[in-house]
Design a protein around this ligand. Sequence first.
Ligand code: PGA
Length: 249
Amino acid sequence: MHVRRKLVAGNWKMNGSLHQLAELSAIAAAARGAPGVDVAICPPFTLIASAVARGGGIPIGGQDCHHQPSGAFTGNVSAAMLKESGARLVIVGHSERRAEQQESDAQVLAKAEAALAAGLQTIVCIGESEAEREAGQAVDRCAAQLAGSIPELSGDAELVVAYEPVWAIGTGRTATCDDVREIHAAIRGALVDRFGDAGGRIRILYGGSVRGDNAAELFAVDNVDGALVGGASLTAEQFVPIIEAAAHS
Ligand code: PGA
């Protein structure tokens, strides 16, 4: 039985400003008060260096990276560039990118490989759409995304999986604990099948409308090793209760 520390990661998406980095000091204080929990914030690229400087030691990350280290890829940022800017982690394969930028599993896989090779903790997101859930395909869809977008484990950087049902993101609709238990168990099974003992150590986050008032029950679900939090990570007032729920789980 593996003991996995909870990870509570904030995804600011295309939100935030220099002014808003003031939220980081209260978040950092809460993180110091919860030594058994890992806390991270992923602001927009433009805020990473400032967030590193003002983040009170909280790991700061990116929300995407290109799979190549450099080159003629206008508008993109590589994993090595993120690392140089002080980022310690990166999210890849978020459903908003899979939908808006038509990112395929193969592209997400390449990004994850590049991120791990650059030494970044890498959070790979998977999750079914509402139509897929209603058609009874949630487990199969997640299994397919997992098989297609999770890289081989190599080097020292940590791989993390985030299960984010698309219909629960930013909607205020959280998956039920039974839904989450079923999918997280399936993910764990697939990770152990593929990686053996190491698959038991990979953290699996839940994401999708996590808030202070539902975090505790989600963290109590087997194989929920933390949360990827969007809207509720933008202010310390909303994010700190989620850190505290993780600390008490
Ligand atoms: P949400 O977003 O918490 O605002 O639903 C979660 C995510 O997209 O990572």
